[in-house]
Design a protein. Structure first.
Length: 357
């Protein structure tokens, strides 16, 4: 496509930011939820069949008020997906399928990063490089080209910066601030050729941001090397929810206390400190001797609902109440994620929002 920016020597003038584009906060008005239908047995060994019911429930809840666009490999996968979506009672007129074959289901990381330009009324897509979290789960060639395929289908402007970046590693307040972790973005398995300053410049120029704030490490069991969407989420311009482990003997305790102290030191562009709301962790979810990255922070904010993973845990209701207090204009709904989390991610990891313009 002629409007692609694809050079290691891109000029600032070519960047989305210079052209007036930005990545909106998740709570801003959405046109659609994007998903890639789960099909990889190796991601949920022995449990793939059991995730379709909660996954379809997720679709049903979001589709009440907005479009849900689902990547599938072929007609057979579409038919299979549709059977589960019908069982969930989803509004079929809000569901569409797009023939973009994928290696896996984690659309937050391989899906399109949508930008908007309020001045021109344009929408654009950034297609970051994707390497399955540092080459952990090859092949990933199909996933890597999904954003470009979608940009071509919808005839949207496309930007292709020559670095690896995953949607789950970044969190936005909609007013120029992006939150991330050093554990992920400075990991040598992503962009070892880049300095921290260079990575910050890519984040600012291609997401249309002004400020990058860095937390430290992610939770135990997270195979993404510390994605932000399992630990700390913006719920408004100046407020974050951050998970806290209350048991000092738990391995997550020190990790999350360190992040909490770092959060307290942050200042927004206008000098204000962050408002910090603590969110409990569930008790460790163990399966086949492996601790899974179960976190209430991996919720998805849709137009009318917030869908939260829950884990048949004593803290489920408390977590839902805390999240509900942050979204008085939306209904917060928990969906059992005990089987889904065996794939090492939940609803936010599985999804990517498309904003309205």
């Amino acid at each position: 496509m002629s409007n692609t920016v694809n050079s290691t020597l891109y000029t600032i003038q070519d960047s989305p930011k210079a052209q007036g584009f930005r990545f909106p906060a998740e709570w801003e008005k959405q046109e659609a939820l994007w998903l890639s239908w789960p099909h990889k047995e190796a991601s949920w060994p022995g449990k793939l069949e059991s995730i379709f019911e909660p996954y379809a429930r997720f679709i049903q809840l979001v589709a009440e008020d907005q479009y849900v666009r689902i990547n599938v490999a072929d007609e057979a996968m579409k038919t299979f997906a549709l059977s589960h979506i019908k069982l969930a009672g989803a509004k079929l007129e809000h569901i569409s399928f797009h023939f973009n074959p994928t290696n896996d289901a984690w659309c937050r990381d391989h899906g399109p990063a949508f930008l908007i330009n309020e001045d021109t009324g344009e929408k654009a897509i950034v297609d970051w490089g994707y390497n399955a979290w540092g080459g952990k789960y090859p092949p990933f060639d199909l996933d890597d080209v999904v954003p470009t395929r979608i940009a071509e289908e919808f005839k949207l402007k496309l930007f292709t910066p020559p670095i690896v970046m995953e949607g789950g590693s970044v969190e936005f307040n909609g007013k120029g601030t992006v939150l991330t972790t050093t554990a992920c973005l400075l990991n040598e398995n992503r962009n070892p050729q880049l300095t921290r300053e260079q990575i910050e410049n890519y984040l600012k120029d291609f997401y249309g941001q002004e400020q990058v704030l860095w937390l430290a490490d992610g939770i135990i069991g997270d195979d993404t090397d510390g994605h932000i969407d399992d630990i700390t989420r913006f719920v408004s311009e100046d407020t974050v929810l951050t998970v806290i482990e209350e048991d000092p003997n738990d391995d997550n305790y020190a990790i999350l206390q360190e992040n909490l102290e770092i959060l307290k030191s942050f200042r927004l562009l206008d000098g204000r400190p962050l408002q910090i709301i603590e969110l409990p962790m569930p008790k460790p979810v163990i399966f086949e001797d492996q601790q899974l990255p179960a976190s209430y922070a991996n919720f998805y904010i849709a137009n009318k609902v917030v869908v939260v993973p829950i884990f048949q845990d004593a803290n489920d209701e408390r977590a839902l109440e805390i999240i509900q207090s942050c979204f008085p204009d939306r209904k917060v709904i928990g969906i059992n994620s005990v089987d889904i989390i065996w794939g090492l991610g939940s609803f936010h990891c599985l999804s990517q929002q498309e904003p309205s313009i």
